[in-house]
Design a protein. Structure first.
Length: 156
């Protein structure tokens, strides 16, 4: 007896399914609207500085759906530890452990955290700014709705 109507692999979907997995910014905004109706998850943020460098580290608990901020500039980004699934180039990619990459500007990400994740981003900070609101205004597109100083909208 089947308990479902359809099942497909999302690791290497065909073109039609892959198109559904490339949500538009409007669709992600709609998802965020739905997420904001739910209780939000506390995501601790640690800010670090070195000459010419700003580093943001977040720790996201397991069973959390999250969206990231849109950054204006290319930067270094890494999942330091944990396990999550994320939409990447039209497919769902499950990543675990240390996973570094160069993040292009203008990207909006959606992810589901399977086990607690530590994530960090490293940004050029030529003026050695220390004011987090100034740094966010410089590095990120304006958030549609800001939740304190968190980089993510999260729910579990």
């Amino acid at each position: 007896m089947m308990l479902y109507d359809y099942s497909v692999s999302l690791t290497k979907p065909r073109a039609g399914v892959a198109a559904l997995l490339r949500p538009s910014r409007d669709q992600i905004d709609l998802l965020e609207d739905l997420m904001l109706e739910q209780p939000q998850v506390d995501v601790p943020v640690v800010h670090r500085f070195a000459p010419g460098l700003y580093i943001r580290e977040i720790t996201v608990p397991a069973d959390t759906l999250m969206t990231g901020r849109v950054h204006r500039f290319e930067h270094f980004s890494a999942m330091v530890s944990g396990e999550m699934s994320t939409l990447v180039e039209g497919s769902i990619q499950r990543i675990e452990g240390y996973h570094p990459f160069i993040a292009p500007p203008g990207t909006k990400r959606v992810g589901y955290v399977h086990s607690p994740v530590v994530w960090l981003t490293c940004h050029h900070n030529p003026d050695n700014l220390r004011d987090i609101e100034q740094i966010e205004a410089l590095l990120c597109e304006p958030a549609r709705m800001r939740i304190e100083h968190e980089e993510t909208v999260c729910l579990s």
